[in-house]
Design a protein around this ligand. Structure first.
Ligand code: HEM
Length: 142
């Protein structure tokens, strides 16, 4: 695809990563790391004992976030991931960093063939996580 071609459309991240399955692999590795690595213990402690529903939810959220099917948002009209997170008990910069490091490791391991994609995705997650931690405890909307 050439940038000079007026017919060309930018490729969706959802298509570039290869659909739902690679996202599910990355998310499962992320939660496996969270469960097994002592470095992520504080982050793990914020979550429910059973991570199965989160594995599904984060996969579906990221699928929509990358431009794929929007089931996650259709099931949760008006949901705002930033507002929901800044209200979480225990949200702070330390756990935000743990989240990004766990996801970075999961992404590098499960998407070894596209480091540029991994870097841009992780840097978007880092901005979101920083914003969540910076506004921790605020319950107003947006
Ligand atoms: C600042 C770092 C983060 C922390 C500490 C964190 C923590 C959490 C926790 C504790 C839950 C479970 C909430 C519950 O039990 O209902 C959760 C759920 C979730 N998180 Fe995060 N998170 C962070 C960053 C992110 C980011 C950057 C995204 C999106 C890219 C994200 C997407 C989600 C989704 C989709 C859910 C499931 C929500 C649901 O099903 O209702 N999180 N997160």
């Amino acid at each position: 695809m050439s940038e000079a071609d007026p017919q060309s459309k930018p490729q969706l991240p959802f298509d570039r990563i290869g659909g739902r399955e690679p996202i599910a692999r990355m998310v499962n590795r992320f939660y496996d790391l969270m469960e097994s690595e002592p470095d992520f213990a504080e982050l793990r402690a914020m979550h429910a004992r059973d991570l199965t529903p989160m594995r599904e939810s984060l996969t579906d959220f990221l699928m929509a976030w990358m431009g794929g099917p929007r089931d996650w948002f259709e099931k949760r009209p008006g949901a705002c991931i930033m507002s929901a997170h800044r209200a979480l008990d225990g949200m702070n910069f330390a756990v935000a960093t743990q989240w990004v490091l766990a996801m970075q490791q999961a992404a590098k391991e499960t998407i070894p063939g596209d480091p540029d994609f991994v870097d841009s995705m992780v840097s978007a997650f880092a901005s979101m996580s920083k914003g969540m931690a910076a506004n921790a405890g605020k319950s107003d909307t947006h």
